[in-house]
Write a protein of this length. Structure first.
Length: 409
């Protein structure tokens, strides 16, 4: 992507409600860009194919041309995609992330006033999740019960590694959970860099290292080691523990207070199941979270529920080294409501604001965010929120038109 004033940005409209939320998003983004820059900047949208539309037109779920277009233009935006059942890819979303090595799934979670939430104080939830995107059980290394691969793997585990803990070997399926030092550290570095750029004061490593000591425990330990060697702007609770063991708790507390006074980022870690409890009880304690792939999936959706649901949760999949990024709706295709005008475009819209921020077009991004705030606070909402509040709903298109009025006034 060489043109920063008139960039070509590929888009995948998606399946199910995808076309509806894409048209709404495009309408609002184009209006915001035009309003913010008075016609001096413009996005040229380039449609590329994936999912059901790709299959219907080309006979393949993910054409090579789609991957090539994203590689060439660096960034793209996409609606929700159908996962092929019984054939082809395990998940188109996972395939895109792995093919382009989009190792950081970035999910900002915040509350918009007016949105119904199960929490008494949902406004306390305001954090950004960095989920490792290419490893863990999502690597797809698993084998079916009764398969020759399982038999071979069981034999290897038993004969070569003396494993005796497979409880029911005759009826077992097996999966492998790869977590690497390199993969963990580049994800955690992205989280630290983001915290520094955004002026945050805390980063939390979430893991299940108390049980999985070499994979998730490795994630934590490699993270602390990398931060301590490469980020003088950070102070870790691992350093706190070391100081406490050597010089006493008083000395460690003094070092922590000094780091806080100096504006350093404080890095701690929390066990994943405890973290899921903490985000309900004390969400204000957490700002930036770095975690493994499966934990990140659970955490991101749980946090989205706290602020009103996944329909308002944006997301991006980014490789900070190559610059490749896909911004996406984080929810599913919802085929049961497709075509009814009920779909909420906010997940894709807010992902589009992340795309604009990625371009450095902060003025346009802010116009969209402010328009969404204004609409939701005054209960101008799509069907999902309106039915919970028992108020009249706007159609997907009418909601988008209202946002256009807000960004252009």
């Amino acid at each position: 992507m060489t043109n920063t004033i008139n960039p070509v940005i590929p888009y995948i409209e998606g399946d199910g409600i995808g076309p509806e939320i894409w048209q709404a998003t495009k309408k609002v983004v184009d209006a915001a860009v035009n309003s913010a820059y008075q016609g001096t900047r413009k996005i040229d949208w380039l449609e590329i194919l994936a999912g059901g539309k790709a299959y219907n037109q080309t006979g393949t779920w993910l054409p090579d041309a789609t991957l090539e277009a994203i590689r060439e233009h660096k960034i793209a935006i996409k609606g929700p995609l159908t996962t092929p059942i019984g054939e082809g890819f395990r998940s188109l979303n996972v395939t895109l992330r792995q093919e382009l090595d989009l190792y950081a799934c970035v999910r900002p979670v915040r509350y918009f006033k007016g949105v119904p939430s199960p929490l008494k104080e949902p406004e306390k939830t305001d954090m950004t999740i960095f989920r490792e995107n290419t490893e863990d059980v999502y690597a797809g290394i698993e084998f079916a019960k009764d398969s020759s691969e399982v038999q071979a793997l069981l034999a290897f585990l038993t004969d070569k590694l003396s494993v005796t803990k497979v409880r029911f070997p005759e009826t077992t399926a097996l999966g492998i959970k790869p977590i690497s030092q390199a993969g963990s550290q580049r994800l955690i570095a992205a989280a630290l860099d983001y915290a520094l750029e955004q002026g945050k004061t805390g980063v939390t490593l979430v893991h299940k290292g108390n049980i999985m000591k070499f994979t998730e425990g490795g994630f934590k330990n490699w993270g602390y080691d990398y931060i301590e060697k490469n980020y003088s702007q950070a102070f870790t609770m691992n350093q706190f523990k070391q100081l406490s063991a050597k010089g006493g708790k008083e000395k460690a507390e003094a070092a922590l207070a000094e780091a806080q006074a100096a504006g350093k980022i404080i890095v701690d870690d929390v066990i994943a199941d405890n973290f899921l409890q903490q985000i309900l009880l004390y969400p204000e304690k957490y700002q930036v979270v770095a975690t493994t792939n499966l934990n990140g999936d659970y955490i991101s959706d749980a946090l989205a529920a706290q602020v009103g649901g996944i329909g308002i949760a944006p997301g991006a999949n980014i490789n900070y080294k190559t610059g490749h990024a896909i911004f996406e709706a984080t929810h599913g295709t919802a085929p049961d409501i497709a075509g009814n005008g009920w779909a909420n475009p906010c997940s894709l819209l807010l992902s589009a604001t992340m795309l604009l921020d990625h371009l450095g077009w902060f003025e346009a991004s802010q116009l969209i965010t402010q328009a969404i705030e204004q609409a939701l606070e005054t209960h101008l909402m799509t069907h999902d929120f309106a039915q919970m509040l028992k108020i009249d709903a706007l159609s997907t298109d009418a909601f988008a038109e209202q946002l256009v009025r807000f960004v252009t006034k």
